[in-house]
Write a protein that binds this ligand. Sequence first.
Ligand code: UDP
Ligand code: MG
Length: 326
Amino acid sequence: MNSSQRSPKEIDVSVIVPVFNEESVLPEFHKRLTSVLNTVRESSEIIYVNDGSTDNSTAVINDFKQTRTKIRLINLSRNFGKEGAMCAGFSKSNGKAVILIDADLQDPPELIPLMVSKWKNGFDIVNMQRTIRRGESWFKKFSAAMFYRILNKLSDYHIPADVGDFRLLSRRVVNELNQLTEKNVYMKGLLVWPGFDQVILQFERDRRWCGDSKWPFLKLVGLAVDGITSFSTKPLQLATYLGGTLAFTSFLYGLWVILKTIFFGESVTGFPTIMVAMLALGGFQLLSIGLIGSYVGRIYNEVKNRPRFIIKDEIVSEAMESSVTR
Ligand code: UDP
Ligand code: MG
């Protein structure tokens, strides 16, 4: 990169921050982020993507004073979820590298210079792996560990465990991601899908600075199902294997019953056996239908082809050269 040939508008690093009702933490987050960005040589922009916040997050961001770093605020038309907000950020980013970071200070902004230096060393993706997850229950940690194990057993390529959305992506990776039209985005899988040269750095994840997680348990289960069904069709084959095994066992059992009746005769017995067989079969059938249903649901969502996000307006900071886009 030759800086002398660069036009003044070119930006090295875009930092994308999805924001959903984070008014209490935003001032502290912004202070820490800008002071870090001011220490790196590369030029930068912060893109706050307001994901339909209902609190004062927008006003708080509007009050941020311009420093060396350009500040942009993209308002979505409603709450589209973090994945939608991140996609909106990607589509609007200008940087040669893009960093995703949460607003709640669980991902320390102080690690950004290290991430940028790895990118300068030629890596296209810098994955940040959590070694310690502070402020999370053992149950959340355990279920997360199980989830990554299952996902990687089923998925055709490796999705690194404990790597959240906090990471750096080079422009060419972001360009690839912008071209994807998938509607049910499972970001953690999608972000490694393009491939390229990757490196994993480890860090200790802090607890939330304040406020509550926006991911209640059921939403997390939904995310886990989304993750598995986006990246593997193996669960669909499960029904075939289960059905096959059951059919084969029933065949053997049937044969045995016939032979037994022929040679020893049979009084009316076997009610429990029938009940057990019926219930088991019914259970497997419902399970398989449910599984197929979740894939059909995904296809349905893809076919509808609705956008992943809608941008209401965009505000560029300082004199807030307000440029409204749709
Ligand atoms: N977030 C968002 N839209 C949502 C939910 C969350 O943009 O619908 C943002 C949120 O403001 C934060 C980040 O995504 O910056 C991570 O959210 P949270 O801390 O609630 O998730 P957790 O750390 O518990 O996984
Ligand atoms: Mg968080």
